[in-house]
Design a protein around this ligand. Sequence first.
Ligand SMILES: Nc1ncnc2c1ncn2[C@@H]1O[C@H](COP(=O)(O)OP(=O)(O)OP(=O)(O)O)[C@@H](O)[C@H]1O
Length: 447
Amino acid sequence: MHDDLRPHTLELLRSGALAGSRRLNLVGLGLREFPPEILELADTLEILDLSGNALDALPEELPRLRKLRILFCSGNRFGALPAVLGRCEQLEMVGFKSNRIAELPAEALPPRLRWLILTDNAIETLPAAIGRCVRLQKLALAGNRLRELPPQLADCHRLELLRISANRLEQLPDWLLELPRLSWLAFGGNPCSEAREQAALAQSTLADLPWSALRIEARLGEGASGVIHRAMRSDGTEGAVAVKVFKGAVTSDGWPGSELAASIHAGAHANLIPLRGRLSGHPAQAQGLVMALVGPEFRSLAGPPSLASCSRDVYAEGTRFELAALLRLAGGIASAVQQLHRRGIMHGDLYGHNILHCGQGRALLGDFGAASFFDPAAAAQAAAVQRIEARAFGCLLEELIERCTPATAHEAAVIEALAALRDACLDERPGRRPLFDAIMHSLAAHG
Ligand SMILES: Nc1ncnc2c1ncn2[C@@H]1O[C@H](COP(=O)(O)OP(=O)(O)OP(=O)(O)O)[C@@H](O)[C@H]1O
């Protein structure tokens, strides 16, 4: 019921037929003003989606929606985050992606805020009051104009996911890398990482593959950053391949250019999807990548987080793993991340939903949309960045272990050792977490 995305209409709302609703979706209706009838749902409404309208203000009476937990206003015309949000006692999730927000008043931050999405706006500074949002777990700020982050953000001890890619940051503050629960960080497309992205593209030895040398067949899927097609190479050198054509616009994870650079610089690895070439000569000058086609025997390890799970993936009911498959999967993914880190790339989105697997432990780590370049020679910062990703690996290991039942006493002992590795990766003192060399070593001892 909570993730029910069925659109509603104004007529339906006005008819009274929606009385008692917990979720209301008035999306893409061209609304210029907040329909006052929404306030009649004061006693029941928990989720309100007003995305894709032409709103620039919310009424002062909004707190009358006393149960409101989740509000989406993406793709509207707001120039400021409305101050009235700060008076909505139960509001936990606020999404204002792709507006014109330049102003973020301190009063606008709701007391119970857990998840704030302000991707693709015009924000130059965050208020110091963000530090009072002690429940904050996810903060999406990609595609803004931030030059620095307020040091008070260090007080957000529960922050787990932060997107600050495609901004104007010259450096990452040390305190950011010390946040006790930070696990998924994206900072590509900033002055502090852009030179490395450019260098990775310039040094690439990946062959250009012209669009004209591909015969596009079926559409395979679509992610936030691009559309994937199945294609045949007209030179007949290979069977079918997969072509990702980037859309070009900023996503919640950052610029597609950062994804392209990281995908290329990642290099070949048994647990990464092999690249065949970089697309050239696209009729609309779009950027793209040609990859090996992943077979239908591979499926996603998990679904992405839901509104309720917030920062954690959602696994299909009844998902179980054999210990041998678990070890192979975890070892393969850790090995891929180890290679990325050696090349100065943080994946930034190390999640089950970005892993394809075959059920027997063969796994591929995908989606470089949130990947960021760091300087492996700047030892202290490089280690701190890698330890953030170690926490993401700890979350993954936790999810795998929870779904594995030992068949023998030996297996129980192995799972106990894996649980100790999980705890080390999840340590809230980041300096105590293992780097991926140590994680690999630990996993290899049981493989
Ligand atoms: N190499 C491939 N072979 C076969 N299918 C693929 C390949 N790469 C991607 N796909 C298909 O295309 C879909 C979109 O992939 P893509 O990597 O763009 O996005 P995503 O990671 O699923 O989403 P997002 O970037 O929004 O998190 C995938 O879910 C998958 O079904």
